[in-house]
Design a protein around this ligand. Structure first.
Ligand SMILES: [Zn+2]
Length: 421
């Protein structure tokens, strides 16, 4: 039976909480999947929780229950319903947010699936949904009371085979990445297994991931799509009628591979412990995508193994693109406020960014000249804007097939520590 809970606004005097939350005081070692609809249009949004179900063991950190990174466009909070103590929070971004900045998203309403995963609370909680306002400050969208009575039994998907592609330790204190194949039919079974192994090695082909192998587990799942290949190459309006729903041409960008079928995606992988999802796309046509704490996608090509690492830079470490061109209708970051992306600045609040990594003699902005080729600076042109947004290095993996710059490297290492220490 489907149970529908419309959003209930509850005014709460928030109690700021320290990080010293003992996991087992408040949570059981299981994962709750909140199937949500995130709907609205530009500058108007709603959340509803449509279903919730329990899946396997909690794979996330037990020591950093509060997300103090302040990245992303949205923030989910879990508060004790009685004391209002903040027990858990996570920041993320969404396809809804990107869509809302397109011309369609400014004139019509859309309804997007999202699945929020939290550790299983021991008692009644309030799930708080927040998004950034036009000035970048957090704004409350909805507070929804939640307890165990809202759990439904989920028998909708079969348990699937998964195995370790790279195993290094207990899921409690390792970064757990799950690779799910898309566009592999049952006839592609052998290729899928071979690609899974190769694709996981792409991640470790670039530093700093190559130097952090002992902190990371990579899991693969066997999942067969209805047909071989990834649709959407020719038809920009195509909304593929497949379980996983992965296609090219997302939001009008030919090479942007994404899916809106988040509920199916999460049900397919629900029994597997993971913290980050990468969708491996069976295609030889260049493409991919990555949204912070949402998921990443990439096509499979050993000659362009940097693509999955670039997209994972977005989805894992909150990195922005360090190039200026924009081939889609998505607006991207604005130069009017300091963006939350770690490696992009509008010079509105640069103290939060990479100034402490720069030589004092480097000018701001920094000219794109030979003198500053291997130096950290503030180079104009980033996040789809030629003017007003700046990147930290002349070239970087977030711009082209080059190594990550020192600023992106630091951000990735910080995030690996967040998951593993
Ligand atoms: Zn960079």
């Amino acid at each position: 039976m489907k149970r529908f809970f419309s959003f209930i606004i509850v005014l709460i005097p928030y109690v700021l909480s320290a990080q010293n939350i003992n996991f087992s005081d408040y949570f059981d070692n299981k994962t709750v999947n909140l199937e949500c609809y995130h709907s609205g249009r530009f500058a108007l949004e709603y959340y509803t929780i449509d279903n919730s179900y329990i899946s396997g063991e909690w794979a996330g950190t037990r020591t950093k229950l509060l997300d103090n990174n302040d990245f992303g466009q949205h923030k989910v909070e879990v508060l004790d319903a009685n004391t209002k103590k903040l027990l858990y929070s996570r920041t993320y971004s969404s396809l809804f947010e990107e869509w809302s900045t397109t011309s369609e998203g400014k004139t019509s309403c859309g309804n997007f699936e999202e699945v929020i995963r939290i550790p299983l609370p021991k008692s009644k909680v309030i799930i708080g949904f927040n998004s950034r306002d036009s000035l970048g400050a957090w704004k409350k969208i909805a507070d929804i009371e939640w307890d165990m009575s809202m759990i439904i039994d989920d028998n909708s998907t079969q348990t699937r085979t998964h195995y370790a592609l790279h195993e290094n330790g207990n899921i409690k204190n390792r970064l757990d990445i799950l690779i799910i194949p898309a566009g592999y039919s049952t006839e592609d079974s052998l290729k899928m297994r071979k690609d899974l192994k190769m694709f996981s090695e792409f991640i470790f082909s670039k530093p700093p991931f190559s130097k952090a192998k002992d902190k990371i587990n990579v899991w693969g799942i066997e999942y067969f799509s209805e047909e071989s290949g990834i649709p959407g190459l020719k038809d920009s309006k195509l909304n593929p009628n497949t379980e996983l729903g992965v296609s090219y041409n997302t939001l009008g960008s030919p090479r942007y591979i994404m899916t809106r079928n988040l509920m199916n995606l999460h049900r397919i992988i629900k029994d597997i412990p993971y913290e980050q999802i990468i969708i491996m796309c069976n295609s030889e046509v260049y493409g991919g995508g990555g949204i912070y704490n949402f998921y990443a996608t990439s096509y499979v090509n050993p000659k362009n193994s940097f693509v999955v690492v670039h997209e994972f830079g977005h989805s894992f470490a909150a990195l922005g693109d360090e190039y200026a061109q924009n081939d889609s209708d998505v607006q991207g970051a604005t130069e009017n406020i300091e963006p939350w992306q770690v490696n992009v600045t509008a010079l509105k609040d640069f103290s939060k960014k990479w100034g402490n990594m720069m030589e004092k003699t480097t000018p701001i902005p920094t000219p794109v000249t030979e003198e500053y080729k291997e130096k950290i600076g503030v180079f104009e042109g980033a996040a789809y804007k030629a003017k007003g947004l700046y990147r930290p290095y002349q070239d970087c993996l977030m711009r082209s097939d080059k190594p990550f710059c020192p600023v992106c490297t630091r951000a990735i290492n910080n995030m690996i520590d967040f998951y593993t220490e």
